[in-house]
Design a protein around this ligand. Structure first.
Ligand SMILES: [Zn+2]
Ligand SMILES: [Zn+2]
Length: 242
């Protein structure tokens, strides 16, 4: 990743509430988190020091996504794609990145059926306001289709020996195979939570009870910052209001 364009202030720890970029230098090794937006979906680049991980791959409605990604990093330098879940707005460039650039894809087994089929049902919303927004934004659409693919790594629980710096935790509810990625006490939460316009749990879930349990699970962790799939990153302290 090329961070030469950053001003010196970014070379210190930077977790300001309204900044979408966080850069930390630790023991001389630069540890970096960067964001590449695709429509209103956030994709994140994590540089662990010796591995580059792309969290989610955006939507093909955003024709510029690969150009934006290439501006951050040569694609062949991406070691792994982690998909937070199998919804179209997070996975649509996955098949291209896998086929054309040979990048391995990791997904939780409980969302495997979505991506191998290349179709998904939009999850229900909770409450009047959310249902209103859902119906307006989806214009009556019930399903989305995308190019199917087979992930290279299908996980159920736990971590990977080759990536000791990241922790993957199942956070089901929004979908059964939703996962979070913890790196340096930051949680990449996928669609478990959102910040539209305030931090909240997702308005959409296949199972809201299970979603609440997943929120409780992370309320017991001591984290620094949450990077959601939609909206700006926010402080972990917001979780006490959920
Ligand atoms: Zn989703
Ligand atoms: Zn989403």
């Amino acid at each position: 990743m090329d961070f030469r364009h950053l001003s010196p202030v970014h070379k210190e720890e930077c977790f300001c509430p309204n900044k979408e970029l966080a850069v930390v230098i630790k023991k001389g090794n630069t540890i970096m988190i960067d964001i590449v937006k695709s429509g209103n979906t956030n994709c994140y680049l994590i540089n662990t020091g010796n591995k580059n991980i792309l969290v989610d791959t955006g939507t093909i409605a955003d024709e510029q996504f690969l150009q934006k990604l290439k501006a951050k990093i040569p694609l062949e330098q991406i070691d792994l794609i982690i998909l937070t879940h199998g919804h179209y707005d997070h996975v649509e460039y996955a098949s291209v990145l896998q086929k054309e650039y040979g990048i391995s894809i990791l997904l939780h087994k409980n969302d495997l059926d979505k991506v191998t089929r290349g179709s998904m049902d939009f999850p229900p919303a909770k409450g009047f306001f959310s249902n209103f927004i859902r119906d307006v934004t989806l214009s009556g659409m019930k399903k989305a289709a995308y190019t199917p693919f087979t992930p290279d790594i299908v996980i159920e629980n736990g971590n990977m020996a080759e990536y000791p710096d990241i922790q993957i935790i199942p956070l089901p509810g929004h979908t059964p195979g939703s996962i979070g990625i913890i790196f340096e006490n930051n949680l990449f939460a996928g669609d478990l939570m959102m910040n539209m316009p305030f931090p909240s749990m997702s308005w959409f879930a296949e199972d809201f009870d299970i979603l609440s349990q997943s929120i409780k699970k992370i309320q017991h962790l001591n984290l620094n910052r949450i990077y959601p799939g939609h909206g700006k990153s926010f402080s972990y302290s917001w979780l006490k209001y959920f």
